[in-house]
Design a protein around this ligand. Sequence first.
Ligand SMILES: [Zn+2]
Length: 486
Amino acid sequence: MSDQYESVIGLEVHVQLKTESKIFCSCPAQFGAEPNQNTCPVCLGLPGSLPVLNERALELAMKVGLALGCRISDRIKFDRKNYFYPDLPKAYQISQYDMPVSSKGHLAIELKSDAGTLAEKRIGITRAHLEEDAGKLLHEGVRDGSWVDYNRAGIPLLEIVSEPDLRSPEEAFQYLVSLKAILQYLGVSDCNMEEGSLRCDANVSIRQKGAAPFGTKVEIKNMNSFRAVHKAIAYEIKRQSEALETGTRIVQETRLWNESKGETFTMRSKEEAHDYRYFPEPDLVPFSVSSDQIEALRKSLPELPQARFERFRKQYGISDYDAYVLVAEKALADYFEACTREGANPKLASNWIQSELLALINLKKHSIKNLPNLPPKHLAGLIRLIENGTISGKIAKDVIVEMYDTKKSAEEIVKEKGLIQVTDTKLLEEVADRVIQANPKVAAEVRSGKAQAIGFLVGQVMKETQGKANPKMINEILTKKITSQK
Ligand SMILES: [Zn+2]
C-alpha cells in the first residue's frame, strides 16, 4: 500500500459460549452429536413453543463484558432479526439490537516494534451481545440435494464488535490473540476455530492518511484461522488501494475469503444486502441485572492475561516479549509456572519452553494442554542439570527429545547414557592442544585479533568430546593457550 493511504479495520467475533445447554431451550450444546439429535420444539421453531433465557449464558456474556472493561447495560432486551434461509427454522434469529448485554469497552493489544520492544495499543469495543446460532446446511457429501442439521440452532453466541481502530493485518491478528487469551482465562469458550466456536468477520476500508471520513467498507467472511484473517485483510487492503490508485470505484459488499486461491471474491453487493427489520422479541421481556450481582461477578473474575503479563515480568524477571508469548496461551503460562514451582530457573524455563519444547510439540502435533510424557517436573529437572553444569546445553537438546519419547526423567537418561559434562580441565586441555596443533591457521587468525575464529576451534573440541564439554570452559582454555603462544 502506498504511504498516502491507511487502512481502517473493525472485527466482529462470534464466540460460542461454553454452556451445557442451548440459549433458549434445554437441548445439549455439545459438538459432534448425530445430526438433528439435539433438537426440540423451541430450537426447531415449532408453533407455540416459548424461549427461556439460559442464565448461565447471560452470566458468561457479562463476564466477558466486564473483562473487556465494558459497561453492563441497565436494561437488557432481545430482538428478532428477520431473514429467510433454511438454516434458520423460525425465519428469524433471536439477537440483541439496541440494548446489548454490554458496550463501550476496550481491549489492549501488544505490538512488537522492529527493535523487539512491545508497545500497547487500546482498541475500542463497541458492544458485546448475545444471540443464538443458526443450523448448518450440508451441500457436499450428502445424497439428494442439500440437508440441514439443527444441532447448532440455538447454541449461545456472544458477538463482540470492535471499533474501527485497527490499522493493519498485524493489529487485527494481535487483537484476536489478546481476545482469545481473555476468553480462555475466563473459561467461557473453547475458542476452537475449526469447530466453529470462534468465528471472525472483518470490515476493511481504505482512506487518505489523516482524512476523517471513512472509505467504502467491505465485509470479509469465511476465514478459518487467525492466519487466514491476517492474509485476507492484507489481500483486501492491496486490492482496495490498487482500485483507488487506478480510479476504480470500490463497491460496498460482502466478500468471501478463498484460502486455497489466497483471494477474496464477491458474495453479495449492498443492493442484495438483507434488511433485517429488527423488532423486539415479544416472548422474552426486557430485564435488569442488579449492581450487586454485577459486582459479585466482577469479583469472581480470575487473573486476566494483562495482569498475569505484569506479574510475570516482575516476579520472574523475564523480558516483556517472553512474558507476552507465554501469557497469550493460558496452557503455556500454566506450564511455565508449574516448572518454576518445581524449582526451575524462570529465564531458562522460559527459553526452553519457547524454543525446544514448542518445536517438539509442533513436530509431534501435540498440545501443551496435554503433555503426559513431559510433566513440568521433568523439564525443571533438565533445567537444573543445565544450570549446575552437569550437562551442556547441546546435550540437553538431545535429552529433551529422549525424555519426550520415553517419559523418563533427565537424570535417568543422563545417567544411563553417560552424558555428564566433561569439566575435567586436564582432559580438556589435552584436547585443546591437539585441536590447536591440527589447525595452526585458525589459531593464527585468533592470535591476530580475529576473535570470532575461535568458534571453529570450540566446535572441534566439542566434536572430540561428543558434545559433552562445557563450551565456556573450552573457550577460556583455548583463548589462554593461543594468546600465551604469542
Ligand atoms: Zn432445543
